[in-house]
Write a protein that binds this ligand. Sequence first.
Ligand code: C5P
Length: 227
Amino acid sequence: MSSLVPVVTIDGPGGSGKGTIARLLAAKLGWNLLDSGAIYRLAAMAAMERGIDPVDTPDLIECCEQLNVVFQQDEAGNEQIFLDDEDVSLLLRDEATGEAASKIAVIPAVRAALLARQRQFCQPPGLVADGRDMGTVVFPEASCKIFLTASLQERAKRRHKQLKAQGNGISIDALFRDMAKRDERDANREVSPLRPAADAFTVDCSTLSIDEVLSSVLEIVQQQVAL
Ligand code: C5P
């Protein structure tokens, strides 16, 4: 990681909108984007495909270290993610994949195995990194750290709308329960728990539109980073 490359970290719980905001901010600044949740999801998918138990085994660690993934954009600018040459862009966003990712994410050796891969995204002219521990562990020296939060009710509502648009019929009650369980696991794990860095700016977006969140975040970035 080069300390000359400016990094903005956006951490927060699932459904807080950090992925959307990180993507919009990276596009606006013309910077690279790291969706670290996708890395954990890909690791979980690779492990499932190889029939590896999501427990702390050398096989799981080797699978994380050897992840064969490619992030690219199609001609229309849509993100495409390949795992072992297979386009998994849609499958990756499944709730089941998120659940599996959150289970392997509690294993310290898995987190260690995925660290270097995440730091490789730090390339000029800058990086916007979104996840749970971007500001606390992966990029502790980041120029600007944001923590996006929203009530669980609001996050479940947003995720439900998103999944419904993708044809997923999960009920909002089931989603609320799953998200609460995942929040609990992310916030209480021993290594890299979900929490704001001491020097992070917290933005509560429960009642804000995407445009409003983006302009709040941009204002903070402009104050903190020499653009
Ligand atoms: O953000 P997303 O829902 O794609 O992340 C899936 C899971 O990966 C999270 O629930 C979390 O357990 C894990 N994760 C993590 N650290 C990150 C990003 C994601 O532990 N930096």
